[in-house]
Design a protein around this ligand. Structure first.
Ligand SMILES: Cc1cc2nc3c(=O)[nH]c(=O)nc-3n(C[C@H](O)[C@H](O)[C@H](O)COP(=O)(O)O)c2cc1C
Length: 189
């Protein structure tokens, strides 16, 4: 290594790094850190809430999800992060398919109730009085109240800590031509 490089460039890089770390520390002391900061940053823009539906061997599942996004155009793919031990996750993985239902904001009380209950305790679709119709391209129920839906088959599913990241291949997409706001969720803690 040339002497000039050792003498000038590396120490300058080191000092630059220290300055950046000090700035980061000042920033963190003003705005918080840790898991709460992670969630606040992840929810700086409110996240759209969808209801996922699945069915298998006569059992049905329904649950709200706001960790989701499109991950491909050709072919269309959609990714969602589900609780590893949740009833819906297990049923969806057995079924190999599911539906992402986008829902109008006025269904908020029902959506929150669907998030409080577990399918382990009985059929949530019945309990919440939600009407369904069969999906066209996969074996799963669709919500009649939905304003859009993605019918997906499971293309990939892998565990990441407490979540299962599922990548669905979108077999069919449909939207109801309705001028309705969708529900978005903020992190309020
Ligand atoms: C607004 C909202 C958003 C949610 N988003 C997610 C999510 O993205 N991923 C997840 O695993 N659980 C999410 N949940 C929690 C599940 O919906 C909840 O654990 C549900 O009761 C699981 O039901 P199950 O046991 O019948 O599968 C969310 C809950 C609410 C109310």
């Amino acid at each position: 290594m040339p002497a000039s490089f050792r003498a000038g460039y590396l120490p300058a890089m080191f000092e630059g790094r220290q300055r950046l770390q000090a700035r980061a520390r000042r920033f963190l002391s003003r705005f918080g850190r840790g898991p709460t900061a992670f969630m606040r940053v992840a929810y700086q823009v409110p996240r759209q809430v969808v209801l996922v539906t699945a069915s298998h061997a006569g059992e049905r599942a329904l649950w709200p999800v706001d960790w989701h996004m499109p991950v491909g155009f050709e072919p269309p793919r959609y990714a969602l992060a589900f609780g590893r031990d949740a009833h819906g996750t297990k049923l969806l993985l057995r079924a190999g398919c599911f539906v992402v239902n986008t829902i109008p904001a006025e269904l908020e009380p029902i959506i929150l109730e669907a998030g409080r209950r577990s399918g382990h305790d009985g059929d949530k679709l019945d309990a919440l009085g939600l009407s369904t119709s069969p999906a066209l391209f996969v074996e799963a129920p669709c919500l009649v109240a939905a304003i859009g839906r993605l019918e997906c088959t499971v293309e990939d599913a892998r565990e990441w800590g407490d979540r299962v990241l599922v990548v669905g291949r979108v077999q069919h997409a449909e939207e109801a031509p309705r001028d309705t706001a969708t529900l978005h969720h903020e992190w309020r803690r």
